[in-house]
Design a protein around this ligand. Structure first.
Ligand SMILES: NC(=O)c1ccc[n+]([C@@H]2O[C@H](COP(=O)([O-])OP(=O)(O)OC[C@H]3O[C@@H](n4cnc5c(N)ncnc54)[C@H](OP(=O)(O)O)[C@@H]3O)[C@@H](O)[C@H]2O)c1
Length: 317
């Protein structure tokens, strides 16, 4: 398994991580099997969030980890917080927020709940899940200091933040933000499109993300690519989807060349970027996971990387 350096830390983690957003679907025996399968293939990082399955995904993980025979330290365990769920709208895998809350009190209570559900003493990393327009950065700073000095959290990061939002938090806190988790994959390439269309008049020249890839590289923040096989906002996967026939043909041709499957090429496409991103897989199917993880050992040529980008409906200016 290819490894990457996590942000500016000395930690090396697997280039592919397991996200447990969809673990609410599984019973603990099935979840323990998923953990054993990914661990056997070299995955040593888990991405959770307090809201996944309204806490049930974390609970299932906590029990499954014990059942699996694996140890706490076999994984770098990360979770996220800062979203307050709307209990009336949320059920199972479908969750809806009613507000964001980065107050000291909420963030500390959130981590306490996470540790209890995961049945662990500390998180390796904790991320602010989505930027809160009402964030008071001194509250975030006080929460992070408390969480770090109490030994509950080792590293901090953000998710879905643009560079100025990162700067706003970073200037207030005592810890270095090491991660920004963003939606990124073959069918979700806004920051790449903008970079290619700078100073042009077309839609792709619109700066929606604030040069987030370049910023992350300059500041040694690891980009974690969430929903790597999805298009739109949870619209579904493009793998085997007839709406994306040209892309699937290109992925299949490369899969045949490298002796892997299409999802492996979709993983390899993200990892080919020199930003040293980490891919967060969300499947709960051991076969899909095994196939996808194999992509970490494939290095596409530059032309292959561009050919996949073109097959997704893009071109060069
Ligand atoms: N920070 C954020 O705001 C944010 C938002 C969303 C997600 N995330 C993180 O990102 C992780 C991954 O998200 P995701 O689950 O949307 O990612 P994904 O890996 O792109 O999608 C997984 C989904 O695609 C399905 N799928 C269908 N065919 C597949 C194939 N051939 N190979 C692999 N999967 C296939 C899977 O079903 P099967 O289970 O049947 O394989 C599963 O439902 C989450 O668990 C979470 O940790 C973060």
């Amino acid at each position: 398994m290819k490894t990457i350096q996590l942000g500016s830390t000395q930690n090396r983690v697997s280039a592919v991580a397991l996200g447990i957003m969809r673990m609410v679907r599984l019973n603990t025996t099935e979840a323990a099997n998923v953990l054993n399968v990914v661990h056997e293939h070299g995955v040593n990082m888990i991405d959770a969030a307090d809201i996944y399955g309204n806490g049930e995904s974390e609970k299932t993980f906590g029990t499954a980890l014990k059942q699996s025979g694996l140890k706490r330290d076999d994984f770098f365990i990360q979770s996220k917080g800062g979203i307050v769920l709307d209990p009336e709208k949320s059920s199972g895998e479908l969750v809806f927020g009613q507000r964001y809350d980065f107050s000291k009190q909420h963030l500390i209570a959130t981590v306490d709940g996470i540790l209890q559900r995961l049945q662990v003493d500390y998180l390796d990393s904790f991320l602010l899940h989505r930027p809160d327009p009402l964030m008071e950065t001194d509250e975030v700073a006080a929460a992070f200091d408390d969480l770090q000095s109490s030994g509950k959290v080792r590293h901090f990061g953000v998710s879905n933040f643009n560079p100025m939002q990162v700067e706003l938090v970073q200037q207030a806190i005592n810890q270095k933000l090491i991660i920004n988790q963003l939606q990124f994959g073959i069918m979700h390439t806004g920051p790449i499109d903008f970079g290619l269309h700078t100073n042009m008049q077309d839609d792709r020249s619109i700066n929606r993300d604030g040069e987030v890839i370049e910023y992350s590289r300059l500041h040694q923040m690891t980009i974690q690519a969430w929903s790597p096989y999805q298009y739109g906002m949870f619209a579904g996967t493009f793998i085997d989807n007839p709406k994306f026939q040209g892309l699937n043909d290109e992925l299949q041709a490369l899969a045949d060349k490298y002796g892997v499957t299409k999802n492996a090429i979709a993983t390899a496409w993200i990892l080919r970027h020199p930003a040293q991103m980490q891919v967060i897989l969300g499947s709960m199917n051991p076969q899909h996971l095994t196939e996808s993880i194999a992509g970490a050992d494939v290095t596409l040529t530059k032309q292959e990387w561009y050919d996949v980008y073109f097959a997704a409906g893009n071109d060069l200016p």
